[in-house]
Design a protein around this ligand. Structure first.
Ligand code: APR
Length: 324
């Protein structure tokens, strides 16, 4: 591997991989460094709702083939309260826009295949990643790969290494301000092996708390219950979870919620976090490295993609016209 590139990208999540792809399309070299192994990142189940802008970008980038084949397009959603459903026809209200259900792990898988397909450098299982000299014009990234120490010189570093990555913490004290809000509730989410009881998402308000019926595929349902952030998941048996879901989703029209084996259950606290600015010298943060939003809006993955779209355009302007 050449020890010099134009943009060193730290992290092979949606942000890092989309950035690598956009830069390649603009004729800009990049090396992507990822701490985990390929199988792990391709199987990690996380977000799954793609907004119209994200879908269009992935298709334009030439990585939307499987997404168009397997993604479930939703043109509306249901708001349910006082035991009654009210459909909001999103597409009719927005000139035809919609959302697509397609797991983040599939997006990551498709992008990795595309990157390796054109021979784009992408190193998995790198260790001891550290960022240097990004306050000048010759930043460097040090890391260990296959037991050997490397030093990669570059023009820019893109910190796409998620909320727990090292990029944000590599910025000097006082380089950014952090804004954070922790919400007084959490979501207990389950992944269940049962066909969704609805074709569109149901956002339900109930005196016991909010509930959401989402899905991941025609065979997998994703359901959430609002709960207290201090609750202990071990006190929520599968039976108790289904009983509470049945209670909150019940309607006067006799709608039924089908139950199935619970494959995963987790309590997720709700937090908003953002740093400003997202740049220090030649180090730029993108995606979860710079901001996290509560799962309620299904926004994190889409924001990450939007960040790197803006960053790629700026880097392109820099290389084409010298713009700082
Ligand atoms: N060096 C290299 N890679 C790292 C390092 C490091 N020091 N630390 C973390 N990583 C990797 C992680 O293993 C992960 O694959 O960086 C990647 C970051 O990816 P994500 O956490 O998925 O973050 P991002 O690409 O910003 O994606 C947006 O928003 O709401 C969420 O679910 C959504 O995860 C998605 C995120």
């Amino acid at each position: 591997m050449s020890e010099r590139t134009q943009v060193a990208i730290v992290g092979a999540g949606p942000a890092g991989l989309v950035l690598g792809h956009l830069l390649h399309a603009h004729g800009i070299d990049a090396v992507v460094l990822e701490t985990r192994d390929r199988d792990y990142v391709q199987k990690r189940v996380r977000a799954g709702v793609l907004e119209q802008g994200t879908v269009e970008l992935l298709i334009d980038m030439g990585v939307g083939e499987r997404l168009q084949r397997e993604g479930l397009v939703h043109r509306g959603l249901e708001l349910r309260y006082r035991r009654e459903g009210h459909r909001i026809p999103l597409s009719d209200l927005t000139g035809g826009r919609g959302i697509t259900i397609y797991g983040q792990q599939h997006v990551v898988h498709d992008l990795i295949e595309a990157r390796l397909g054109f021979g784009g450098p992408l190193l998995f299982e790198v260790g001891d990643v550290s960022l240097h000299d990004f306050d000048g014009d010759r930043p460097r990234v040090r890391f260990v790969h296959d037991g050997a120490a490397h030093e990669l010189e570059c023009d820019f570093i893109a910190g796409c290494d998620g909320f727990h990555g090292i990029s944000r913490e590599s910025m000097p004290d006082g380089a950014f301000t952090t804004f954070e809000h922790v919400y007084p509730y959490a979501w207990l989410g389950i992944l269940a092996q049962v066909s969704p009881s609805t074709e569109e998402l149901i956002y339900c308000r109930h005196e016991n708390g909010f509930a959401l019926h989402s899905l991941r595929s025609p065979e997998l349902s994703r359901l959430y219950l609002q709960c207290d952030p201090g609750e202990d998941i071990s006190e929520w048996s599968d039976d108790r979870i289904w009983h509470e879901l049945q209670t909150r989703f019940a309607t006067n029209e006799g709608w039924t919620l089908d139950e199935g084996p619970v494959l995963e259950k987790l309590i997720t606290p709700m937090r908003s976090f953002v740093v400003d600015p997202m740049q220090y010298g030649r180090l730029f943060l993108a995606g979860d490295a710079a901001h996290v939003v509560p799962a309620t809006g299904a926004k994190g993955l889409n924001l990450a993609v939007h960040d790197v779209k803006a960053l790629a355009a700026a880097l392109r302007a820099h290389y084409e016209s010298g713009s700082e």
